[in-house]
Design a protein around this ligand. Structure first.
Ligand code: TXA
Ligand code: MG
Length: 333
């Protein structure tokens, strides 16, 4: 299969281009498209055959459920047996945006979407291309990140191509995704609600809208597999990755062993050039860091180095989602 990349202006998507992708979705095919977080690989969520093609293209484990993307609250209501008050409040503040709500699924949602489970994850994306696609396709779109399973999420169309060239028909290329880190996943079927995956919408912001929320970090060790995306090795480059509080020392000792090293260092440090060392400077601003993280890791990963060293991010809550992704990328197979 030939993979076609359609360039679309993210601020003003051309309806004719989006319609081509919408046709593929209606015909049961998968399409890669940008969201405000990362690129997704989407198919008609109500068509189990279409959703199965996502699993095939990604090589994804059938036990890992997908997020269903909707245009608005009305569409979300059609996918669940109960739309609680808390969902209403959260959606009115954070949708469209990077917050996925886990709710009890309605019978119209196929098993393949929920991995046979009783719940479904739903979010309304904010990206204009994702919104235009949802509106023209006229169906909810199930979409995981558009990468081969367990690899780094894609934040550009070329990242998608690298993993899925020849495996999907169309990529809508809207340029780099602005957020860079996958959505926050919040389980509303538990009382109190629990964050299953930290992301752009942080616990303190959620707790301003609903009274109580449990951060994933609190019981991380007790419940490691509650959400399959929480499996230890995930979001990982092929090159072994080390997160270090003492980047300089770690890098030096690897170089002394004769290894070729990529170092994702916080901007500002002066680092003299050294043979076998490639340095990439990471922004110190949290949002900019998030937006650039996967692109920087993809780039270093492509250089066929022996190790990637990443400076530890700060310990503050703001950096939770980034520490989470890095710690998963660093677990070795
Ligand atoms: O930002 C995002 O969320 C992106 C864009 C494309 O929307 N999507 C994404 O999808 O990251 P994926 O499949 O790579 O990650 C979805 C996460 C996984 O950790 C999955 O296990 C969890 O959400 N998840 C989905 N449905 C669930 C459910 N019913 N119960 C618990 N966890 C669920
Ligand atoms: Mg993913």
């Amino acid at each position: 299969m030939q993979t076609e990349v359609l360039r679309v202006d993210a601020r003003n998507p051309d309806p004719a281009l989006i319609e081509r992708a919408a046709e593929v979705i209606r015909a049961g095919g998968p399409v890669a498209f940008p969201t405000e977080t990362v690129y997704g690989l989407g198919a008609n969520a109500l068509d189990s055959g279409a959703v199965e093609r996502i699993f095939e293209a990604k090589g994804r484990h059938a036990g890992n459920p997908l997020i269903v993307h909707v245009a608005d609250v009305d569409s979300a209501r059609g996918l669940v047996t109960e739309w609680p008050d808390s969902a209403d409040k959260l959606a009115s503040v954070f949708w469209p945006g990077p917050l996925t709500l886990i709710l009890v699924r309605a019978v119209c949602v196929p098993d393949v979407v929920t991995a046979g489970g009783a719940t479904v994850g739903i979010r309304a994306p904010a990206h204009p291309i994702a919104r235009a696609l949802l509106s023209l396709a006229g169906v909810p779109i199930a979409a995981p990140s558009a990468n081969r399973s367990n690899r780094l999420s894609p934040t550009t169309a070329s990242h998608v191509l690298r993993d899925l060239d020849g495996r999907i028909e169309i990529i809508l290329d809207g340029g780099p995704t602005p957020g860079g880190i996958e959505s926050t996943v919040l389980d509303l079927t538990e009382d109190p609600p629990r964050i299953l995956r930290p992301g752009p919408i942080q616990a303190h912001a959620i707790s301003k809208v609903i009274e109580q929320v449990v951060s994933e970090g609190a019981e991380k060790e007790a419940l490691p597999f509650r959400s399959p995306g929480r499996m230890p090795r995930h979001y990982a480059p092929r090159t072994p990755l080390i997160v270090s509080r003492h980047g300089r020392e770690t890098v030096d000792s690897l170089l002394e062993q004769g290894l070729r090293v990529g170092w994702l260092a916080f901007a500002g440090a002066s680092i003299p050039p050294a043979p076998n060392l490639i340095v990439t400077q990471a922004p110190v601003d949290r949002n900019e860091y998030a937006a650039h993280l996967y692109a920087a890791l993809h780039e270093l990963d492509d250089l066929d180095l022996d190790r990637i060293v990443v400076d530890s991010p700060p310990d503050s809550a703001e950096w939770d989602a980034i520490r989470d992704r890095l710690s998963r990328a660093a677990v070795q197979e």
